[in-house]
Write a protein of this length. Structure first.
Length: 510
């Protein structure tokens, strides 16, 4: 933990809003029956025992913000599959086919979803007689050399009292941007990314595919809080890793209750099909860091299976958090006195006058006031530094949620001013200026070339023709054809003899 270089301007803005809510008695109604089970949404990079063993279903982060280039729309981004090693083939990273990936929206603050945007994926294989993800350089999403592809359907479900009143398929068979295998395999990944952006009716857009993990932080907090002596800060431990992302941009009017009530609550979930064929929720995410460092081990799996309307069971984890006590024990920084009603307002209700809906039911959601225009110059600490378009009013890709959350947990809003942080203030890659805003995934070929190699053309450019199915006989000869493609003239007789032997061994006539 380190101090940061923020300015003093706006420093007390969130504290002022919180104090106003406290003075008005806004927390008096918070009780055990007011919260519900879906209170466990967080930056869930392996945050719970069960989901850590099922990365395809593990929702790592959720973002929601008014689109900077289209302020009449809101962009929601949800990520899955933590710590994707870019070179982790030959089975690269796909969305699960037996899963429902949901973006859920509460329009009126009652802790119940009113809209569900549901993504369902299918995997397609062109040639199952090769081990390769791609059989040559890939120039487009429909390139025959892209051997493993995915498509998805997008369904909009409208609910009333948790019962579906309508279901509309708003997209069908949309292609997914592939894993970025490397420069030889995907020399122009920008084109693949652009082709995966799909326009929907009414000015909406959708995207699914691999991206650079946008969450930036030093994860060595788990080594007894940065080494026990602050020696382990300043290293973005997610640098170089990718995730699978879903991004959706929709008109504000589609997701808000009315012009007068522009605040929405958003969370994401994953449902996995069980042996009986039923879909069961296994992951849930709203605000960052809740299930990672707020919920204890005994609650983590239950939290992932719960819904915001049942969050009362986790209330004590918020009002009596463990993290400040650990910081006090190790670094002698006094923990704020409990119960921590300031944390309840920020993370379970929304800040009054900023992003708290009227008649709110406390629950763990990422709350966004869609009427607040994007900041011309976003500040990484968001509302703590006077930028009301940032966290905890939604979450932008550039928001430093680690520093902001640390400072709030350590009492910034109750008079204990501090500048705590992990010394990681920005992502290692720049984000885009247009939808889906995410940085391209790191390619598997990253790193220096081998000594003496100039990176010129070689046999890789011929692999596509060699490995693409051309009939039963041609497909059986895949390996030898690929080898002969790169052979010099002096080796042709040897390869020809080998090919004759191979065909005879396969019981064929020469």
């Amino acid at each position: 933990m380190t101090t940061d270089s923020r300015t003093g301007a706006g420093r007390g803005s969130l504290a002022t809003l919180i104090c106003g809510a406290l003075a008005a008695g806004g927390l008096a109604a918070v009780g055990a029956t007011a919260l519900g089970p879906e209170a466990a949404s967080a930056s869930s990079h392996r945050e719970a025992p069960l989901i850590s063993g099922a990365p395809q279903y593990d929702n790592t982060d959720l973002y929601a913000f008014v689109s900077p280039d289209r302020p009449d729309t809101t962009t929601i981004i949800a990520n899955w599959i933590p710590f994707e090693e870019p070179a982790g083939g030959p089975n690269f990273f796909t969305f699960a086919e037996d899963a429902q990936y949901d973006l859920r929206v509460d329009r009126d603050g009652d802790a119940r979803e009113d809209l569900v945007f549901r993504y369902s994926f299918r995997t397609h294989t062109k040639n199952d007689r090769t081990f390769l993800y791609n059989t040559g350089p890939v120039e487009s999403l429909d390139d025959p050399d892209l051997n493993i592809t995915q498509t998805y359907d997008l369904e909009l479900i409208k609910l009333r009292d948790l019962k579906a009143v309508s279901r509309t398929k708003v997209a069908d068979d949309v292609p997914v941007a592939p894993s970025n295998v490397g420069k030889a395999s995907m020399p122009d990944y920008d084109t693949l990314r652009e082709q995966a952006v799909h326009e929907l009716a009414g000015g909406a857009q959708t995207f699914a595919g691999q991206a650079d993990d946008p969450f930036f932080l030093d994860l060595r907090v788990f080594d007894l809080l940065y080494g026990g002596n602050l020696s382990e800060v300043g290293n973005d431990t997610l640098k170089g890793y990718n995730v699978n992302s879903i991004a959706l941009q929709v008109p504000n009017g589609l997701i808000t209750e009315s012009h007068e009530q522009p605040v929405v609550g958003i969370w994401s979930t994953t449902q996995r099909k069980n042996a009986q064929g039923d879909f069961v929720q296994v992951s849930r995410l709203g605000n960052p860091l809740v299930n990672e460092v707020v919920n204890p081990l005994k609650d983590k799996d239950a939290f992932n299976a719960s819904a915001p309307r049942d969050d009362a069971r986790f209330l004590k984890n918020v009002t009596e958090p463990e993290l400040p006590k650990l910081i006090e024990a190790i670094y002698k920084i006094p923990a704020p006195d409990g119960p921590r009603d300031d944390l309840v307002d920020v993370f379970l209700k929304g800040v009054e006058g900023l992003n708290q809906p009227p008649h709110v039911t406390p629950s763990e959601q990422l709350r966004l006031n869609t009427s607040i225009k994007p900041a011309a110059e976003p500040k990484r600490l968001g509302v703590l530094d006077g930028d009301t378009a940032g966290f905890p009013n939604g979450r932008r890709l550039t928001d430093d949620v680690i520093d902001a959350s640390l400072q709030v947990v350590e009492g910034e809003l109750v008079g204990a001013e501090n500048d705590l942080g992990d010394a990681v203030d920005a992502n290692d890659k720049e984000f885009g200026a247009a939808f889906p805003y995410l940085a391209n995934p790191t390619e598997g070929s990253r790193g220096p070339l081998a000594e003496g190699v100039d990176g010129g053309d070689d046999v890789r450019s011929q692999l596509g023709d060699a490995l693409r199915p051309t009939g039963a006989e041609g497909a059986d000869d895949t390996v030898l054809i690929a080898a002969s493609a790169g052979a010099g003239a002096g080796g042709l007789l040897l390869i020809g003899a080998a090919l004759m032997w191979w065909r005879r061994m396969r019981g064929r006539a020469y």
